[in-house]
Design a binder for this molecule. Structure first.
Ligand code: V55
Ligand code: FE
Length: 530
């Protein structure tokens, strides 16, 4: 409602001319950073870091069978699919530049069967994608700022489905935390529902990109923030049955509006971290990025007993810091452990300090840290214990241990002792993720694999070995960005022997754009989607 009322402010807030949606598509292409579509339309993207080099838009929708295994062997009994998603803008941005987080969700499926791998890649058909394709150019503006949109799309769902993809209850969910799930066909990658609402049961406006599947029950646990509208403190926690029905919801308010990007589950609790990546309508009206880092605010941890109600939530506090992704959480009685890559300061240069302090790369270095709170104690303290020396992000586990005490954690590591031999090799946080890391939480030992001076890694995912039950018995799948040659490879590692290097190296026929998250779905999960 508010967005609609404020639309008249666009020209005043943003000094640039509001081009008609079609003007971009017709602009002559004179430089290298262009993309041609059948039909002769050529797009011109900005010559900025978000749109050039390895970050050049891809726009490739393709099906390719029988990929070439150039080294090693794909285990013949591996049967299932690895899904992952990347922001990949369909059109040049309305404002002349954009952040990577705002691109249209391009979903990739790597299907493994009988030692063969095939790939399929398709954009999610979000409402945004469809409207812009019809118009032939961008209609939606800045990241999570509807005030920057073309008036013709006022009030439309702005989701890009660009952050995570996973299969549950036969549905392939493509997720962006500002909007409802997009449901796709896991086999064809066709978009089935651009704003899925669980048969009317989901009344939240948003759904997290980081739902968890409880391995003990098969339930999907999820939440939405800004659930009653942009920048509101309203949260909802959903329990979704193994067959995909919402069976419970808990509504509550968080201490202050912030990016609630991820959360943790344990056997007995659900854990929400409030970190000071804050936003407000005032920022949007001023044309600032949706979020900024406010180091004046403390961190809070909300702990909700499983099956509890809003009044059962207990809040804990700690001095300001940065944490976004959650490796895992577990509880030992009333002791709740929550493991996160944690940095002293802001990790997102594109969401700048709210007081105007310059970005400090050394304060953006994240180290895996255990946050522990005691539900039986009177204290609201959070105890913080470092778990490993790695600097990095994108933590993963053997998801059969989600919410349980896990022994192994994998992550991307920035090894600054290693040479880097390329211009502009960056990852999500502007860092060069050149190494895979494995932490053994039982022994404290670590293992790593450096990808070389001209490549970087995307986030890995764990694949259970078919028939196995032991934690870590399986593979790690990861896309290698071949930055020097603007290409990509798909690597498989023995998950507990990453230091030995890949057991299979698969050539990919085109560059796969830098992505966010992905997940494995085994053959049984795919059959359920038949
Ligand atoms: C993240 C990514 C997003 C987003 C919010 O921390 C947070 C990652 C790709 O989009 O909208
Ligand atoms: Fe994420």
């Amino acid at each position: 409602m508010r967005a609609v009322l404020l639309l008249g402010c666009i020209p005043r807030l943003h000094g640039n001319t509001h081009n008609g949606p079609r003007s971009y598509a017709r602009r002559a292409a004179t430089r290298s950073n262009t993309r041609s579509f059948a039909g002769g339309i050529t797009l011109k993207f900005p010559e900025t870091p978000s749109f050039t080099g390895f970050f050049a838009p891809s726009g490739v929708e393709a099906t390719v069978h029988d990929l070439t295994v150039i080294d090693g062997e794909v285990p013949a009994d591996l049967d299932g699919a690895f899904y992952r998603v990347a922001p990949d803008p369909q059109f040049p941005p309305l404002s002349g530049d954009d952040i990577w987080f705002n691109g249209d969700g391009m979903v990739t499926q790597f299907r493994f069967s009988k030692g063969n791998v095939s790939l399929q890649q398709r954009w999610a058909r979000t409402d945004k994608f469809v409207a812009e394709r019809e118009a032939g150019g961008a209609l939606f503006g800045a990241y999570r700022n509807p005030l920057t949109d073309h008036p013709s799309v006022a009030g439309e769902v702005r989701g890009t489905a660009n952050t995570n993809v996973l299969v549950h209850a036969g549905r392939l969910y493509a997720l962006k935390e500002d909007s409802p799930p997009v449901v796709m066909d896991p086999h064809t990658l066709e978009t089935i529902d651009s704003k899925f609402d669980f048969g009317g049961k989901m009344t939240s406006q948003t759904f997290t990109a980081h739902p968890k599947i409880d391995p003990r029950t098969g339930e999907m646990l999820a939440f939405g923030y800004a659930a009653k509208g942009l920048c509101t403190r309203d949260m909802v926690f959903y329990t979704i049955s193994p067959d995909g029905e919402i069976t419970d919801e808990v509504w509550f308010e968080i201490p202050y509006y912030c990016m609630m990007h991820d959360f943790g589950i344990t056997e007995d609790y659900v854990v929400f971290h409030v970190v000071p990546i804050v936003g407000s309508w005032e920022r949007l009206e001023a044309g600032l990025p949706h979020f900024g880092f406010d180091r004046g605010r403390p961190v809070h941890l909300g702990v909700l007993p499983r099956g509890g109600r809003a009044e059962d939530i207990r809040w804990f506090s700690a001095p300001t810091c940065f944490a976004s992704h959650v490796m895992n959480a577990h509880n030992e009685g009333g002791l709740v452990h929550f493991d996160v890559p944690m940095a002293k300061g802001n990790m997102f240069p594109f969401f700048p300090d709210t007081e105007g302090r310059p970005f400090e790369p050394h304060e953006a270095a994240a180290q895996m840290t255990r946050w522990t709170v005691d539900m039986r104690a009177n204290s609201d303290e959070i105890t913080m214990t470092p778990l490993a020396d790695f600097i990095g992000e994108f933590p993963r586990i053997d998801d059969r241990f989600a919410g349980l005490k896990n022994r192994y954690g994998w992550q991307l590591v920035q090894d600054m002792t290693k040479p880097v031999d390329l211009p502009g090799g960056r990852s999500a946080s502007g860092m060069m993720m050149n190494t895979l890391g494995l932490i053994d939480l039982e022994t404290g030992e670590t293992q790593s694999y450096w990808v070389g001076a001209t490549s970087s890694f995307q986030e890995p995912a764990f694949i259970p070995r078919p028939g196995s039950t032991a934690e870590g018995d399986g593979y790690l799948i990861v896309i290698e960005n071949r930055l020097a040659e603007m290409g990509s490879r798909l690597l498989l590692f023995d998950a507990l022997q990453i230091a030995s290097g890949p057991i299979a190296t698969i050539a990919l026929p085109f560059r796969i754009r830098q992505g966010l998250h992905g997940n494995w779905a085994d053959a049984a999960a795919l059959r359920a989607a038949a």
